[in-house]
Design a protein around this ligand. Structure first.
Ligand code: GLA
Length: 730
C-alpha cells in the first residue's frame, strides 16, 4: 500500500516512489496538512504540528488553537481561518458557515473514474492507491469527500473533491476547489505560463509576496492567456536543482490557481474551478464532482517534474490506439490555401505530399456550407459541392488512392449567424435574452450545457465520420465566451452554464472519440487556446500555436514542455516569410524546431524548388526514424529561450532520450549570431558516462562522460540557425 493510516498517531501518509504527503487528524476533528516533499520513510509527526493563537484571530471552538495558524487540507471560510477558503456554500436558511469536521476514511487500491470528467487513470489496481477522507457538516447535512491518489512508480499525487447534499433542502455551492495545500515558508517563486493568441505558455517567474497571486481564466476555456498550470519553486530551482511543486488542473474551462502568503509568512496554494460566474444548486441527495488536480513534486528541479507529467500524461491520461502508436506525419492545407481551394488544388497538394513521404493529408477550414471566409456556415456541416464536387467521401477516396490517409478540420462547438443552423435554432447559442450577442470571428458558441445541442453535434459529426474514410480530425474552437447565459436553464441555475458547458463538451467528445477509436483526434483552439489535460484525455495531440514561426516556436514549445509531453505538441514547418511574423528562417531551422514536437507541414508544396523538395524528403525520412523515441522518450531542456538569471535567451537547446537510453535526439538553436561571442558547446545530459555513443551520420564516437562534461562544439554562423544530432549508444 502506498497510503497508510496510523491509528495511534492519527497520520495519513501517502507515498509515491520518491515523495511523501502527510496529513494529521487534529484532535479527531480537523485535517491538518503536515508535509509534502521528499520521501520520509517513517514519519513521527509529534514534533510537526504547531498549535498557536495570535492577536485578532479568534481561538477555534474556543480551544487553545486557531485554524488561522494551522496548515489545513480543505479550509472553509467564515470561521477562524481568514485565508482563501476551498469551499463556499449557502444553506437554505441563508447561513454560510460550512463547518467541515472529520467523519471517516477509506483506502482502496487503484483509482476510480471521475463521473463525467476527464482524469488520469490506472490500468491495474497495483499502479496506485486512493484515499477517501470524508468531512461532514452534520448540522446541515453537507458531506465533502476528499480524494487522493498516489501513483506507485510516478511521483504524482492527484486530488479531487466530491460534495454531497444529505439534507432535505437545497444547498447552493458558490465555490468548490479541487485542492488546497498549505506550506510553511514563502521562500519560493511563482511560475506561470501566460500568453495570448500566437504566443502561448511563456514562462514567467516572480517571487512570492504577501497577499494573493492568482492565475485564472474567465473565458469559458482554459485559454491562451494563462494555462491551468503553475509551479511553486524554491528560489534556487532550475532544470536539475531545487524544489518544484507543479499544479495542473484536468479541466478545459474557467479555472483558478493561486497562492496566498499570510501574516505568518505561510503560503496557501490552491487550484480548481473558478468561482467567478459559478454556482451550483445541489438538491437533496445530489452530488457535485470537482475536476482533478495533478500535483507533482520534484526535489531535483523542473526536469524531473516535467518528465513525471510527460510520462503520466503519455501513458495514463491519453487513451486509445494512438497512445502507443507513432503519430503520422501530416500536411495541412491551411497556410497553403486558406479558404481558396478546390478538389484539383487539394489533389495536387496531396500528390506532392506523397512524393515527399508525408503520410496524412488534412483538409482544414472552408470545405462546408458556403464558407469562403470566416463569416458564415459554422454549424452547416454539409460539403460545399462547388469546391468539392465529389464530396468528402469522394475526396477522401482519391486521397487514399494516392496513398495518404485523409483528415478533416471541424469546429463543432460553434455557429455562424449566417448559417442554416442558426436560422433554425437561434436560441441554441450561449446568450442573454435582450442583450447583444457579441460575435467573435463572426461566430457564436453553441450552448453545450443543453442536451439537445450536444446530441445534434454527436449526430452530425458522427454522420461525417460514418460516411467517409476519415483517419484524423482537427477539432477547433475559435473564440471565448461572452454573455454567459443559457436558454435551457432556469434563472437560479444560470451560473451553472460555464461548468455544464464543459460537462456537455466532455460528453460529446467521449461519445465521438469512443465511437471512432481508430481516428486520430487533434485538439485546437486558435492554436493552443485549450492546451490542457482535459482535452488530452480525449485527443492525444493538440495544435500548439497558430504561430508557426520557428523562433517564436522555441519559446512556445519550451514553455509548453514544462508540463505537456512532446507527443502532445503539434509542430509544423510553414512557409517563409512566416505568415505570423514575416520572419525568414531556413528550411533546416524550421524542420529542426518542428521535429522537436509532433511533426508536420503546413505550406504550399507546389511552390517548392527541387532543392527544397529534396530537403523535405530528407526531413520526413529523418523524423520517421526519430519519432518512435522522440514521441515517447524523456525530454531534457538544456538551454532556455527565456531570459533567466544565467541566460540571455539567445540560445535554446533540448534533447530527448529513449526510455532505454539507447537513442538520443538533441537540438541547439541560436537566434542571433554574435561575433566573438565565445565558444558554445552542446553539453548532453542523462547519458551513461562509461558508454560510447555514435553520432549517427557523422561516423564519430564519444564517451558519455565526454559528451556530458566537455560537450560538442556548436559552430553556427548566421541568425536563426540550428544544429541537431542523432546519437546511438553502442
Ligand atoms: C484556427 C486554427 C487554424 C486554422 C483556422 C481555420 O485559427 O488554429 O489552424 O484551422 O482556425 O479557420
Amino acid at each position: 500500500m502506498s497510503i497508510i493510516f496510523d491509528e495511534q498517531s492519527k497520520v495519513f501518509h501517502l507515498q509515491t516512489s520518491k515523495t511523501s504527503y502527510i496529513i494529521h487528524l487534529w484532535r479527531g476533528k480537523y485535517l491538518v496538512h503536515v508535509y509534502w516533499g521528499k520521501k520520509i520513510k517513517t514519519p513521527d509527526i509529534s514534533n510537526a504540528v504547531v498549535n498557536r493563537v495570535g492577536g485578532f484571530t479568534p481561538n477555534t471552538d474556543n480551544e487553545d488553537y486557531s485554524l488561522d495558524y494551522m496548515n489545513q487540507e480543505y479550509p472553509t471560510g467564515l470561521g477562524t481561518d481568514y485565508r482563501v477558503p476551498a469551499i463556499s456554500v449557502v444553506y437554505a436558511d441563508g447561513s454560510r458557515n460550512a463547518k467541515l469536521l472529520y467523519d471517516g476514511y477509506k483506502i482502496m487500491s487503484g483509482k476510480p473514474k471521475l463521473q463525467g470528467l476527464p482524469a488520469t487513470y490506472v490500468e491495474s489496481d497495483e499502479e496506485a492507491d486512493t484515499l477517501y477522507i470524508t468531512l461532514s457538516d452534520k448540522l446541515k447535512g453537507l458531506k465533502v469527500i476528499l480524494m487522493y491518489t498516489a501513483f506507485h512508480n510516478l511521483d504524482a499525487i492527484t486530488r479531487t473533491v466530491k460534495v454531497i447534499n444529505e439534507s432535505n433542502d437545497n444547498i447552493l455551492l458558490e465555490k468548490v476547489l479541487s485542492a488546497s495545500v498549505d506550506f510553511e515558508t514563502y521562500d519560493y517563486d511563482f511560475i506561470d505560463f501566460h500568453g495570448a493568441w500566437g504566443k502561448e505558455r511563456f514562462m514567467e517567474r516572480t517571487p512570492l509576496r504577501h497577499g494573493i497571486q492568482v492565475i485564472d481564466s474567465k473565458r469559458g476555456s482554459s485559454s491562451h492567456q494563462l494555462n491551468p498550470f503553475f509551479i511553486m519553486a524554491s528560489k534556487d530551482a532550475n532544470e536539475e536543482y531545487g524544489e518544484a511543486y507543479g499544479f495542473n488542473l484536468v479541466y478545459s474551462g474557467n479555472f483558478t490557481g493561486g497562492i496566498e502568503v499570510d501574516c505568518a509568512d505561510k503560503p496557501r496554494v490552491w487550484m480548481g474551478i473558478n468561482e467567478y460566474d459559478f454556482s451550483w444548486k445541489l438538491e437533496p441527495g445530489q452530488e457535485f464532482q470537482a475536476p482533478e488536480v495533478v500535483m507533482v513534486y520534484s526535489g531535483k528541479g523542473f526536469g524531473p517534474m516535467s518528465r513525471t507529467y510527460h510520462k503520466l500524461y503519455r501513458t495514463r491520461l491519453v487513451r486509445g490506439k494512438y497512445r502507443d502508436e507513432p503519430r503520422p506525419i501530416l500536411i495541412n492545407n491551411w497556410e497553403a490555401t486558406y479558404f481558396d481551394f478546390d478538389e484539383d488544388k487539394i489533389i495536387g497538394l496531396a500528390k506532392a505530399a506523397k512524393e515527399l513521404g508525408i503520410e496524412l493529408f488534412v483538409l482544414d477550414d472552408g470545405w462546408f456550407g458556403k464558407r469562403n471566409g470566416d463569416d458564415c456556415s459554422l454549424g452547416d456541416w454539409y460539403v460545399n459541392k462547388e469546391k468539392l464536387p465529389n464530396g468528402i467521401t469522394g475526396l477522401a477516396k482519391k486521397i487514399n488512392e494516392i496513398g495518404l490517409k485523409f483528415g478533416l478540420w471541424i469546429e463543432p462547438e460553434m455557429v455562424s449567424v449566417d448559417s442554416d443552423l442558426y436560422r433554425t435554432h437561434p436560441d441554441w447559442c450561449i446568450h442573454v435574452p435582450d442583450r447583444v450577442r457579441t460575435e467573435a470571428r463572426n461566430q457564436l458558441i453553441l450552448d453545450l450545457s443543453r442536451k439537445e445541442v450536444c446530441d445534434y453535434i454527436v449526430d452530425t459529426i458522427g454522420g461525417i465520420l460514418q460516411e467517409s474514410d476519415i483517419s484524423y480530425i482537427k477539432w477547433d474552437m475559435n473564440r471565448n465566451m461572452s454573455e454567459f447565459g443559457s436558454a435551457g436553464l432556469p434563472a437560479d441555475r444560470q451560473k451553472e452554464m460555464p461548468h455544464r458547458y464543459m460537462l456537455g463538451l466532455y460528453d460529446v467528445m467521449e461519445r465521438i472519440t469512443s465511437a471512432y477509436p481508430d481516428v486520430l483526434f487533434e485538439g485546437c483552439s486558435g492554436g493552443g487556446g485549450r492546451f490542457d489535460p482535459g482535452i488530452l484525455y480525449y485527443m492525444p495531440q493538440i495544435w500548439t500555436s497558430d504561430d508557426t514561426d520557428a523562433m517564436e516556436r522555441l519559446r512556445i514549445q519550451y514553455g509548453t514542455s514544462m508540463c505537456y509531453p512532446v507527443s502532445a505538441m503539434g509542430a509544423h514547418v510553414s512557409a517563409i516569410p512566416n505568415h505570423q511574423t514575416g520572419r525568414v528562417t531556413s528550411l533546416k531551422t524550421r524542420g529542426d524546431v518542428a521535429m522537436s514536437g509532433n511533426f508536420g507541414y503546413e505550406l504550399d508544396l507546389m511552390k517548392l524548388t527541387d532543392e527544397e523538395k529534396e530537403e523535405i524528403k530528407a526531413q520526413v525520412k529523418q523524423y520517421k526514424e526519430l519519432r518512435t523515441f522522440v514521441q515517447a522518450g524523456d525530454m531534457y531542456r538544456l538551454k532556455s529561450p527565456f531570459i533567466t538569471t544565467n541566460n540571455d535567451g539567445n540560445d535554446t537547446a533540448w534533447m530527448v532520450i529513449s526510455e532505454d537510453g539507447t537513442d538520443i535526439f538533441a537540438a541547439y538553436f541560436r537566434k542571433s549570431c554574435i561575433v566573438n561571442g565565445g565558444i558554445y558547446r552542446m553539453k548532453f545530459t542523462a547519458l551513461e558516462p562509461d558508454s560510447t555513443y555514435e553520432i549517427v551520420g557523422e561516423n564519430m564516437k564519444y564517451s558519455g562522460d565526454e559528451l556530458m562534461e566537455i560537450g560538442l562544439i556548436v559552430d553556427m554562423w548566421g541568425d536563426y540557425t540550428s544544429r541537431v544530432w542523432r546519437l546511438k549508444k553502442i
